[in-house]
Design a protein around this ligand. Structure first.
Ligand code: GLU
Length: 469
């Protein structure tokens, strides 16, 4: 039997990190089993679907390594609508489903409770099809439905607790539960690996498989992804869009490594590992079923490690989108013609060890390309205290006199200027740094001044001095 798995996102919004995690797990499982990964876009909710979201899913998958051409599809659920209706019909003809025209209020009036599910009123009333009549599945009165789940063992559901659920709406359109099953069936899916939130659907879906006479798949419900408050990640509250992480400068390698650690870890206390190790070692049945905490701080730290592991040239190339701007990344504050690739290459190795996400490159290097630095006024107030004017005067004079403009000479010069005023280097540096870069933190100062050059450095120091009393 060839293993066939599928990833079946609904294009109803930005592509979610939890979805990316499930996609990767499917992808690896298929690869390990010599199987096939199928991509199916579940686009039947016409009111909420948008084509750009489908495109967003495809490109986000591409980005994390699930590349177009490497999988079967994408298929679109809407194209299978005929099959969905035919299955509903078959279930009706076989007596496994019946029509019902009860409203919620009708059921409530009969059961006396708004919480109780459907009471089976129309089970044996023989209502025919018609506008406004939903088709309900006749669930077995007894017995249990045992789901074989690679992550959760064998969750068992009592059939009598499963209501006669709707499989096609009053307008004849099949609901998600049925469409999803029929698609999995037509696509020959053997393993359904998906998020835990679908577990309550599973006994119903398995009953549909049985009723349609096809052996159900093996299931794997992977843990829900939660924030630091243990709340399920939500797009209204949390940063969940894979695209947002990409645009902030997370590397695909770091992201997919981190995503695979949600509920699982490679052997031997390792977390940051080559992708090939994850592909070898990942086991669905080792996935911890408890909710998995999406720890953005940890992801940042991971990303920093991945950035540091790049070759300098790779790092320079990886920074490009932030140095120029793209469709989705804001342009930097300098004009394109102000950018100096040589100066950037000179400071790139210094930046590489200091930033955690690639977008942070911009505030670290903008002083090199702007005609004058963007002064952060809070930084200015902090650095330009009493004595700053005198220090700047002395630094300007000493720098003007320098025979060679290099980091080492700059450093020893400022050290001496500071020492004459009883200041340690750190204190002496602060006004100079703010005058030249506009900020209190940044790349190593003296290397920065070397790259910025004598004239521009002195101009900035003089400009800052003029601002001081
Ligand atoms: N379209 C469903 C979703 O995005 C997926 C259902 C499934 O994986 O079975 O939640």
């Amino acid at each position: 039997m060839t293993v066939r798995v599928r990833f079946a996102p609904s294009p109803t919004g930005m592509f979610h990190v939890g979805g990316a995690r499930s996609a990767l797990q499917n992808w690896i499982y298929a690869k390990q089993q010599g199987g096939v990964f199928v991509l199916r876009i579940e686009d039947t909710d016409a009111a909420r679907n948008r084509p750009e979201w489908t495109e967003g899913i495809l490109s986000a998958l591409d980005w994390i390594g699930i590349e177009r051409g490497g999988y079967e599809g994408p298929y679109f659920q809407s194209q299978n609508a005929g099959e969905h209706r035919a299955a509903a019909q078959r279930l009706h003809e076989a007596g496994r489903a019946y029509y019902c025209d009860c409203t919620r209020e009708d059921v409530q009036a009969r059961t006396g409770s708004q919480y109780q599910g459907y009471d089976g009123y129309h089970r044996d009333r023989g209502l025919g099809p018609g506008e406004g009549r939903a088709l309900r599945f006749r669930t077995p009165d007894e017995g249990v439905t045992v789901v074989v789940d690679l992550v959760r063992g064998e969750p068992t559901f009592e059939n009598k607790l499963i209501e006669d659920f709707v499989i096609a709406r009053g307008d004849g359109s099949p609901v998600f539960l049925l469409a999803n099953v029929v698609d999995d069936m037509t696509m020959g899916i053997t393993h359904v690996i998906r998020a835990e939130e679908h577990l309550p659907n599973t006994p119903k879906q398995q009953l549909l498989w049985d009723a349609l006479g096809v052996k159900p798949p093996i299931w794997a419900h992977v843990p829900v992804v939660v924030n630091e408050k243990r709340q399920k990640l939500s797009k209204r509250r949390d940063k969940v869009a894979l695209e947002a992480y990409k645009d902030e400068g997370y590397l695909a390698g770091a992201m997919r490594n981190y995503l695979m650690l949600l509920g699982w870890a490679p052997s031997g206390d390792r977390e940051i590992v080559p992708w090939s190790v994850i592909e070898d070692e990942f086991r669905l049945d080792e996935v911890n079923p408890s909710p998995a905490f999406f720890d953005e701080k940890k992801l940042r730290a991971f990303n920093g490690e991945y950035i540091r592991a790049l070759g300098v040239d790779e790092f320079v190339a990886a920074c490009q989108p932030w140095l120029t701007g793209t469709d989705t990344i804001a342009p930097p504050p300098w004009q394109p013609e102000e950018f100096d690739a040589e100066a950037f290459a000179a400071v790139a190795p210094l930046a590489q060890t200091r930033i955690a996400v690639l977008s942070e490159i911009v505030p670290n290097v903008d002083f090199l390309f702007l005609a004058s630095p963007l002064i952060d006024e809070a930084a200015w107030a902090k650095a330009m205290k009493e004595g700053a004017a005198d220090l700047l005067d002395a630094a300007i004079a000493a720098f003007e006199a320098l025979a060679t403009w290099d980091a080492e000479s700059l450093k020893s010069t400022l050290e001496a200027v500071g020492a004459e005023r009883g200041l340690k280097l750190g204190k002496a540096q602060a006004p100079v740094r703010v005058a030249v870069t506009g900020r209190t933190v940044g790349l190593p100062l003296f290397e920065s001044l070397e790259v910025l050059g004598r004239e521009r450095t002195l101009t900035r120091l003089r400009a800052a001095r003029v601002r001081l009393p």
